[in-house]
Design a protein around this ligand. Sequence first.
Ligand SMILES: [Zn+2]
Length: 120
Amino acid sequence: MKKKYCLECGEELTGRTDKRFCSDNCRSTYNYRLNSDATNFIRNINNILRKNRRILAALNTTGKARVHRDKLLERGFKFSYFTNEYVTKSGNIYRFCYDQGYLETDNDFFTLVIRQEYVE
Ligand SMILES: [Zn+2]
């Protein structure tokens, strides 16, 4: 029979085969961490960033596109969340959600770009 281990502390489990934790203490520690505010906070931000990335990718199928702010907003894009900025020599600020980036141009229009490689 395959050995099973406590999901929290890694202790080998004995007895019932449906057990996941060695003790009540380990179960509550595990569940507390899983649902803690910090965990949820990080999860929510990750979800926002991934959604932003999805929106940009969907609107930019050719590698470069021009879209209006409203088009991004109506899909639920959140401008305050991005993974990094890239400032060009001429002072343009590209903001990225992972590999998908955008640059505000004029009159609420944005140029969407895709970053080919990692830039520090
Ligand atoms: Zn344990």
